[in-house]
Ligand binder design. Structure first.
Ligand code: THG
Length: 795
């Protein structure tokens, strides 16, 4: 039966399902001489037909085929795997033989073993067992599938995914709850809804376990929290033992009373489970069959969830806090632990962020050269075991994402995709298949756009892709991106502008930001972070990726001025928050010898005085090399000891570059021709260029012809350029641990095309050891190191 037709019927009237099969078979002693009930379909078809007929005669519109445990693992276990096709085919055909009008539901239930970590079964093995069963249900023509009596969310997820991939008709999923509204493995009703809805089932419901009266109240919770059709299939009460026999205490009268209540709540499908019989179904038919469903009010829920808890983002105070601390970037000890397979710091961070109020946890496992697929899935599993808030899986590697998201016991966020076509094509289908919300960065192959307009253009492109993949727009969370205020203060207003505009034109899409990026390289980071967060929330921010341990109550006027770009060079802010004093300045400096003046000009970031000083030196080459590099070294040390921050680094770098540029022109004046070409580039994904620019300037001052390819340069272009200009070396820079792997790619590419050009690498997180491991020819700690190495290459 066409899925849409089934859903259309449900819109116009309620449907009656069948009653118990198992307890009826027992009562009639039909289970004699079979190993499992499903064997009846081929060994004693008349017995199962008898049960089917009794329900069809009682008025059932939907009858469940006797295929409850016909998954491959269970059939194999009972030596019936080779009969699977016959069992499923007969289970369906026998219903059709009795009535052409009855809707035949393929019945799918638990395997009988738990998936890890609760049991030993792997998720993929469970998926395969269900895929086997649901593809046979498709092949032999079931109208719909009912996944029922599920008690474990991961198993339910495997069953739904398998059914979705192998079956074309409607899919209904039912879980079994205790009176308190949780399954035996701790899943509550909302977590069930969150998972089932996100995996795009057509209806959801409840069956078995408790009696109809209590189950009706749970059905009310379902009806209050979902817009999907709901099914209701209670037991005839909680079973009791009387004379060593199971007895179901509920009467038909009690049962119909609860069912009518469930009807009033808006339930769409009614039936019975253990202990019910055709009499129960008959009375259901006479009371509610063919009635129009009781229309429920439309809900606007936005669930994210774990095994035991769901949060409705639409009802959560803004900003929703995503704890950022499970992230090895710039954290050596964490990186080392992870490389050794030790997750104790990760678990500490998980616990402490939850106690400091995180609503979700970001999980980033970007350790250079480590196996991200393994790390991410391990981290997800370990974190889920100790905390119960939803996850935000932070990776751009589709393979790692898919592996980790399979293991999620709830509905997570994927962090992230961006506007690059290849990323969208790989990650959107994963987010759709596994029902995740998806953070979408408004960058593309050209990096982070400068203006709000350009970022919104990328957002529009992302939504076009989402539409074409049938990925609901409301599940897109845009990140319009912030970078450090010390390097790009003018961009903050662009980010906020893009956010406000986005809320206007795409009100259904939510907004996220990696807020802490904004204070990178500055003192008292939490002052800036917290002040900025308020501005971002005013611009409509929904999700804030932040450090929950920081103080988020600060709203500081100096930070605000800095953020609104009224404090150029962060001068005022630094005065207040950093114990930064100019080493020596004013008239005192003018009395020093010229080489010392130059030294302090760089140290103090005084680029205006550089040409004035150098003008007085006849052959500045040696003076510049000695003093500028020495000053830069000290700047680096001061940064490491947190005496200097990013604004000073930038100013000192500019002063140094000015000096080298002047040396270079004096070289030209002396008409020395180029002594060789060097290609310089910051690798793909990385936008940082302070270090690269200094190295380039130094090399130029030595007379090298530097071809600067800029930032975020993709590996192929670098190699193409190298083949074209044949330099003596390629200098690669990467600040972030996440972009260092690009360097290895470039070395490999160089090796594969056999261009005998040396590659030298450097950058904050790069080490000698890393250079050796990836096969780079050299590592340079600083500009001097790079220049010395490249000079040594000259013959
Ligand atoms: N957008 C989205 N996701 C993101 C980001 C974003 N994920 C990663 C990042 N940016 C947000 N998370 C962090 C995590 C840590 C830091 C900043 C942002 C940070 N760490 C310190 C550092 O690098 O110096 C190290 C901390 C330590 O030493 O303990 O600043 O923008 N969607």
């Amino acid at each position: 039966m066409d899925k849409q037709r089934f859903l259309d019927i449900l819109k116009s009237r309620v449907l009656i399902m069948d009653g118990a099969t198992g307890t009826e078979l027992q009562k009639k002693q039909y289970l004699d001489n079979v190993v499992i009930p499903e064997e009846l379909n081929i060994k004693f078809p008349e017995r199962i037909s008898d049960i089917y007929s009794s329900y069809i005669n009682a008025g059932s519109n939907i009858v469940l085929a006797n295929t409850f445990g016909a998954n491959s693992i269970r059939l194999q276990h009972h030596g019936l795997l080779n009969k699977a096709g016959d069992i499923i085919k007969s289970g369906i055909d026998l219903i059709r033989k009795i009535s052409k009008d009855t809707i035949v539901a393929g019945d799918v239930s638990s395997i009988g073993e738990y998936i890890d970590p609760l049991g030993n079964l792997s998720f993929d093995a469970a998926y395969d067992a269900f895929a086997f069963q649901t593809s046979l249900l498709q092949k032999y023509g079931a109208d719909i599938i009912i996944i029922e009596t599920m008690t474990e969310i991961k198993e339910m997820k495997a069953a739904i995914l398998a059914a979705k991939e192998n079956f074309k008709g409607a899919i209904i999923v039912q879980m079994t709850f205790s009176k308190d509204g949780t399954t035996v493995t701790g899943t509550d009703l909302k977590s069930f809804i969150a998972m089932a809805e996100s995996l795009d089932v057509d209806a959801l419901g409840l069956n078995c376990s408790i009696g109809s009266k209590d189950l009706a109240e749970l059905a009310k919770v379902l009806c209050d929290n979902t817009n999907l059709p709901v099914s209701f299939k209670p037991n005839a009460g909680m079973p009791v033992l009387i004379n060593h026999k199971t007895h179901f205490p509920e009467t038909k009268e009690e049962f119909i009373e609860s069912s009518l209540k469930a009807y009033s709540y808006g339930v769409n499908m009614f039936g019975g489970c253990c202990g019910t019989n055709p009499e129960f179904i008959k009375i259901l038919s006479s009371e509610i069959k063919n009635k129009a469903p009781n229309i429920r009010s439309k809900k606007n829920k936005y669930f994210l969830s774990t095994r035991i808890k769901a949060i409705d983002i639409n009802e959560t105070k803004k900003p929703v806090v995503i704890g950022e601390r499970i992230n090895p970037t710039n954290r050596k000890n964490l990186q080392e632990e992870l490389i050794n397979g030790n997750f104790s710091l990760v678990k500490d961070e998980a616990r402490s962020q939850v106690s400091d109020g995180a609503n979700l946890l970001d999980v980033n496992m970007g350790v250079p050269r480590a196996d991200e697929i393994k790390l991410l899935t391990n981290a997800v599993n370990q974190i889920q075991e100790i905390v119960s808030i939803p996850l935000c899986i932070d990776s751009s590697n589709p393979k790692a994402l898919e592996r980790a998201i399979k293991d999620c016991t709830g509905r997570p966020i994927i962090n992230s995709v961006n506007g690059e076509r290849e990323k969208l094509d790989l990650i959107l289908p994963i987010a759709k298949k596994y029902g995740a919300a998806l953070i979408s960065l408004t960058t593309d192959d050209n990096g982070i756009p400068k203006t709000a307009e350009e970022r919104l253009k990328i957002a529009a492109k992302i939504l076009n892709f989402a539409d074409s993949y049938g990925f609901e727009r409301k599940n897109i969370i845009f990140d319009y991106l912030v970078m450090s205020v010390s390097s790009s203060p003018e961009q903050i207003q662009e980010t906020l502008k893009a956010m406000r505009e986005s809320k206007k034109i795409y009100p259904q899409c939510k907004l996220a930001l990696g807020v802490s990026n904004i204070s990178f390289g500055l003192p008292s980071r939490q002052t800036i972070n917290s002040t900025f967060l308020k501005m971002a929330v005013e611009a409509g921010l929904d999700f804030a990726i932040i450090n929950p341990h920081e103080n988020w109550k600060i709203n500081d006027v100096f930070a605000k001025n800095l953020l609104e770009n009224r404090d150029k060079g962060a001068v005022k802010y630094m005065e207040v928050f950093a114990s930064f004093k100019k080493q020596i300045s004013g008239t005192a400096a003018e009395k020093l010898p010229l080489d010392k003046q130059l030294y302090f000009a760089v140290l103090n970031g005084n680029k205006e005085s550089v040409p004035v000083i150098l003008d007085q030196i006849i052959n500045p080459f040696k003076t510049v090399n000695d003093n500028v590099l020495k000053a830069l070294n000290l700047v680096g040390e001061k940064f490491a000891s947190k005496e200097y921050f990013l604004p000073q680094i930038i100013m000192s770098a500019q002063a140094a570059q000015a000096a080298f540029a002047i040396v270079k022109t004096t070289l030209k004046k002396d008409d020395k021709s180029s002594i060789g070409k060097v290609i310089m580039a910051t690798v793909k994904g990385d936008m940082h260029d302070i270090g690269k620019n200094i190295v380039g300037a130094v090399l130029e001052s030595y007379g090298f012809d530097v071809i600067d390819m800029g930032i975020n340069v993709d590996s192929q272009s670098i190699i193409d350029k190298a083949r074209e200009v044949e330099p003596i070396a390629i200098g690669l820079s990467a600040l972030m641990t996440t972009t260092m792997p690009e360097m290895e790619l470039i070395v490999k590419l160089r090796n594969s095309v056999h261009v005998p050009i040396k590659i030298i690498i450097g950058g904050a997180a790069v080490t000698e050891k890393f250079a050796k491991e990836i096969g780079a020819d050299a590592y340079a700690k600083d500009a001097m190191g790079a220049a010395t190495y490249i000079k040594s290459l000259q013959k």
